[in-house]
Design a binder for this molecule. Structure first.
Ligand code: MN
Length: 755
């Protein structure tokens, strides 16, 4: 059919499709509470449509459908207004066409141009080929973000649409994009309160990295849906009756845990799908009778429903009195249902629900109603980011990790001695708290009193702690502090001050050394410095200078003698001659191994690499960190010597590689036939009893082609735990073994672990 369409007809059909997509966007926009600035949005659309004319996406669709889709997300899912919608429509114009930011500014004014400029600056993806470029781009992103938060919100919308359409990309690109998304965009979305988008980004990343697991969890969720619905209906019926009696306007939703969260829990807790008990949660969203009563209503509902079901004493989460710093507010309570299962109930007002779904954009919506305190939280967070950016950060990777610390952290609440409330990231130490108060307090901190008890600086704080910081003017920053602070702010400050001190010491050391050598009549040159560096076992001349500078090393007779004994040097030379041949061979062998092992021709990352047994045993390297075996979801990484290293996709090292060196990632496919054996470790846990060990070994020995290498069993208080190292061929072998072990009566938990 299609062939019969003339080019012109095809173009007309496409144009109609484009116009329809835009009309949908306009309708969505008109349905919002924003000002009806249809004219400028239409102008932006016409401009972008013209600029991208004739360009197609990889999927074959006209390019303009992408900016329209991004604008729709910005409007419907983030709740932003016309300025952002225009910027979203124009977001790829400067990057992909001949138009410049000035052109945009002339037509659409300064604000829109500025946002488009910010988006263009970070358009190369946050992560380039080199880690340094990656950090540079990331820094740019954060800078533009602190200029105007809408830049990052639109960027997230852009990423969301790219993830939704990831299927048409090459597999190696898919891993790179999925990896980046999980590494930075999902945490960013979370930090900005875009809950629903964060969940979707995680799910989509997971779907592309572990398609089979994704499909399996999806299937199991579908198979158990009817049962969950029954539980939901039964559980909520008395709640509804009670809320009706209270005369509240509300609706109740069943919340199903996301596929990614389920998988995450299965991984970290080593449990199968069937043992995840919090898949269903219940959400009550109510309309307060008047806004002043909003918080009270939450607690009233809590009291009412905890008369129906028994609440779990340790699981009341009050995000009402202390909202999360991404603005999230709700009351979470866990109740015992009639079937003996704990069910979490989330209580929110409509306003709180909007904030939870749309993040900070929703805050602005409610701003005129007063109570804009939460917006201050965002400002504070942005200020921290700015402070970190203002400090010079020499090491690119450190910088990224530092920022990420702040993105991932969930929060605790602690109090100052005066009762002032402070929000800190989880795992923050007393020293982190000191630095959060003031750099000076951190620098001179000698200890802390937590709940009136003396604790060391490395003490981890818990929610509700009252913390008093003890300082002394004599205290100075210690290098080991870097090892236990967890907040970006403290880490950046400590590194900066240590570096400054090292620099001063180095200069002092240099001048002391110069004086010393001058007195001895020895020239101050590289040879003299190298010999002293070796004599005192330092790695670099800089370390030597610092040690002299801070007084840890005092130059003396041994150093003088070094320069007097000329014989020493000759003796060394002699030694290196007699062993010369051997040494040389060893060295050459090592150096040659690198280029020889890797193929000299470049590996094409666009093709899918077949992992045959021959290639695995001769060419490719199985990563030591995650020990992949045939059947695992893996990817290849081409290192600087052109060697292929195979990692599991969820391996933390691989996650970092994906984000830092995305262009060196290659998609792979197993092509093995049970010829090679691989070592895996299986973890078992159960109730100790006579004969359990015997049964375990029997199960394993019954299976063909599997050999035990090592078995460690440990029993305490009637529970035994074991690690079994086995040689297997692939994941099928592992699955069979695990299933058989699960049949053993007293074994409660079986899983494959990394080591
Ligand atoms: Mn785009």
């Amino acid at each position: 059919m299609e062939e019969h369409l003339s080019l012109k007809e095809k173009e007309q059909a496409e144009e109609a499709m484009i116009q329809q997509a835009f009309q949908e966007l306009l309708n969505d926009y008109l349905a919002t509470k924003h000002r009806k600035r249809v004219e400028i949005i239409t102008k932006a659309f016409n401009f972008a449509n013209h600029a991208h004319k004739g360009i197609k996406r990889r999927s074959g669709e006209p390019y303009i459908l992408h900016p329209i889709a991004v604008a729709k997300i910005v409007c419907n899912e983030i709740g932003l207004g016309s300025t952002s919608i225009c910027a979203a429509l124009l977001h790829d114009v400067v990057e992909d066409t001949d138009y410049t930011v000035e052109d945009i500014e002339n037509i659409f004014g300064h604000k829109i141009a500025q946002i488009v400029d910010g988006l263009t600056k970070i358009s190369g993806g946050i992560f380039g080929d080199r880690a340094s470029a990656q950090a540079e781009n990331f820094k740019k992103l954060l800078l533009t973000m602190s200029d105007d938060i809408r830049v990052i919100l639109i960027k997230i919308a852009d990423r969301l649409h790219n993830m939704r359409t990831l299927g048409s990309m090459l597999p190696n690109k898919q891993y790179k994009i999925a990896g980046e998304t999980l590494y930075i965009y999902a945490p960013l979305a979370n930090r900005l309160g875009l809950n629903r988008i964060k969940t979707e980004l995680e799910n989509l990343s997971f779907k592309y990295e572990h398609p089979e697991e994704y499909a399996e969890i999806e299937r199991k969720l579908a198979a158990t849906a009817a049962e969950r619905d029954k539980v939901f209906q039964e559980f909520t019926a008395p709640i509804r009756a009670q809320l009706d009696k209270m005369g509240l306007q509300y609706h109740i939703l069943a919340r199903v845990k996301s596929i990614y969260s389920i998988w995450n829990k299965m991984q970290t807790k080593h449990v199968p799908f069937e043992e995840i008990f919090d898949i269903l949660a219940v959400r009550i969203i109510f309309k307060p009778k008047n806004m002043e009563e909003e918080l009270n209503d939450c607690f009233d509902i809590y009291l009412a429903i905890s008369k129906i079901y028994k609440p779990h004493p340790d699981r009341l989460r009050d995000w009402i009195s202390h909202p999360k710093s991404n603005g999230y507010q709700a009351l979470h309570v866990t109740l015992m249902g009639n079937n003996g299962q704990w069910i979490e109930v989330q209580i929110r007002s409509e306003r709180m629900d909007d904030v939870a779904e749309q993040g900070f954009a929703a805050h602005w919506k409610y701003k005129e109603g007063g109570g804009s305190e939460d917006e201050g939280e965002l400002e504070r967070w942005l200020r921290t980011i700015k402070e970190i950016l203002d400090d010079p950060q020499p090491d690119a990777i450190d910088f990224l990790d530092t920022i990420k610390l702040n993105l991932f952290a969930s929060e605790i609440f602690v109090f100052t001695p005066k009762g002032e409330l402070k929000t800190m990231p989880q795992d923050a130490t007393a020293l982190d708290f000191a630095f959060s108060l003031h750099t000076d307090i951190g620098t001179h901190c000698i200890g802390a009193k937590v709940n009136h008890k003396l604790v060391p600086l490395s003490h981890r704080l818990k929610s509700g702690d009252q913390v008093e910081i003890l300082t002394s003017k004599a205290q100075r920053i210690q290098p080991e502090w870097e090892n236990f602070v967890t907040t970006a702010r403290a880490k950046a400050k400590i590194t900066e001050i240590l570096r400054r001190e090292a620099k001063a010491n180095q200069q002092k050391g240099e001048s002391l050394l110069r004086d010393f050598l001058q007195k001895e009549g020895i020239p101050f040159d590289a040879s003299a410095i190298d010999r002293l560096t070796n004599l005192h076992n330092f790695h670099t001349p800089d370390e030597l200078m610092v040690a002299i500078g801070n007084g840890k090393l005092v130059l003396g007779d041994a150093d003088r003698n070094l320069f007097k004994e000329k014989a020493g040097k000759n003796w060394k030379k002699l030694l290196s001659f007699s062993f010369g041949k051997e040494n040389k061979d060893a060295k050459e062998g090592k150096e040659e191994a690198k280029p020889a092992e890797g193929k000299s021709e470049k590996i094409d990352t666009k093709k899918i690499l077949k992992l045959t047994e021959e290639a695995i045993s001769k060419e490719y390297i199985m990563a030591e960190c995650c020990h992949p075996i045939p059947g695992d979801d893996v990817l290849g990484y081409i290192d600087e010597h052109n060697r292929v290293i195979i990692h599991k996709r969820q391996c933390p090292v691989a996650v970092k590689l994906k984000s830092s060196y995305g262009n060196r990632i290659i998609a792979t496919q197993w092509d093995t036939h049970k010829d090679l054996s691989f070592l895996v470790t299986i973890y078992v846990r159960g109730i100790d009893g006579v004969g359990v060990l015997n049964e375990v070994t029997q199960v394993i020995s019954r299976q063909l082609n599997v050999n035990i290498r090592k078995l460690i069993i440990d029993a305490t208080d009637g529970i035994f735990e074991g690690k079994i190292q086995l040689y297997v061929h692939d994941v099928d072998d592992v699955r069979t073994i695990c299933n058989n072990l699960k049949q053993v009566q007293n074994i409660k938990e079986v899983s494959r672990i990394e080591d």
